[in-house]
Design a binder for this molecule. Structure first.
Ligand SMILES: [Zn+2]
Length: 317
């Protein structure tokens, strides 16, 4: 039974907004596009895994996707957590193209692709860290001992695992995950959590989950004044929309829209702030008057805090 659904990571629309709002000649564009491709591949990998997890028997198995918890020292985020009364299972998902190899003596994963070798963080060390953090978290929250295991799942069916040297036991391909879980279920036969304790655990996981709000501007060292202002035309994708008579008209292709400002609001929220003032709106949307800004803000309905002058408006989208 899925208790916490997997959602598209907010970082994906953030990076898309950042690319949209930077000139194509910006020196950071390539790095941002690379990061976006990586995030999208990661999300696709997690979705591919979910396909197999749907075949788990629903009674006794509780699934949590993207849980982020605090162990009183740091936050830790688990791609997928399986809760049963007998054991907990942490599943880390890797969507990596090419050929990967592991070394028994060195905590590192090496990927060979197009004749190039790249090193990655060792997913097993990460699994052990998560194991430690989760057991700390259980202890802090007054849960009894329950064994925690972890698996690293390769979600890309075309990934080749180098087998000549060493294959870690906790590594598996997507399609084999259910068999691995069955093996674990045969191994952990002692019941550690009562029905009530499982319920309390599910509630605590949901309640203490704290979503991460990334700051992509900071990550790529981009300042507000580097962002392109204006409203995009939905048709020709240029920043040439002008507000006249309560609607948007494109100076470039002549198309008309009543909703073109919504994406601009979204971009502002993704990159800058959840709230906006009249002056900030005028600057970001390149509006000619504060009356137009006021009308747009009014159309969003939900106010506000501060007095008329310093008033900020919550962006609902
Ligand atoms: Zn246009």
């Amino acid at each position: 039974m899925i208790i916490k659904e997997r959602k598209k990571p907010v970082k994906i629309p953030m990076l898309e907004a950042l690319i949209r709002r930077l000139p194509s000649s910006h020196p950071q564009i390539q790095s941002i596009e690379k990061e976006l491709a990586k995030r999208k591949a990661g999300f696709r990998g997690e979705q591919a895994l979910d396909y197999y997890l749907e075949y788990l028997p629903s009674e006794d198995y509780y699934l949590f996707h993207d849980v982020r918890l605090h162990d009183r020292i740091h936050y830790f985020q688990i791609d997928t957590l399986l809760v049963t009364p007998y054991f907990l299972l942490i599943v880390g998902v890797k969507n990596i193209a090419g050929k990967i190899s592991f070394n028994q003596n060195l905590p590192q994963m090496v990927r060979l692709l197009d004749g190039r070798e790249d090193g990655f963080q060792d997913p097993f060390t990460q699994g052990e860290w998560h194991q430690n953090s989760l057991s700390r978290w259980l202890y802090i929250n007054d849960f009894p001992f329950v064994p925690i295991d972890y698996l690293v799942v390769i979600s890309n069916p075309t990934t080749i695992i180098e087998t000549s040297e060493y294959i870690p036991k906790k590594l598996t391909h997507n399609s084999n995950l259910l068999f691995k879980i069955e093996e674990l279920a045969k191994f952990f036969t002692e019941r550690h959590l009562t029905e009530n304790q499982v319920k309390r655990l599910c509630t605590a996981l949901n309640e203490q989950h704290t979503p991460h709000k990334p700051d992509v501007m900071k990550q790529f060292g981009i300042t507000e004044d580097e962002l392109l202002s204006g409203v995009f035309c939905e048709k020709c994708k240029t920043l040439t929309m002008e507000r006249t008579h309560g609607r948007w008209v494109c100076r470039n292709c002549g198309s008309i829209s009543r909703t073109a400002h919504i994406q601009a609001f979204e971009d502002y929220k993704l990159l800058m702030n959840d709230t906006i003032s009249n002056r900030e709106l005028r600057e970001f949307l390149k509006l000619s008057s504060s009356k137009i800004a006021r009308d747009l803000l009014k159309s969003m309905l939900n106010e506000s805090n501060g007095n008329t002058k310093g008033r900020r408006y919550h962006i609902p989208y």
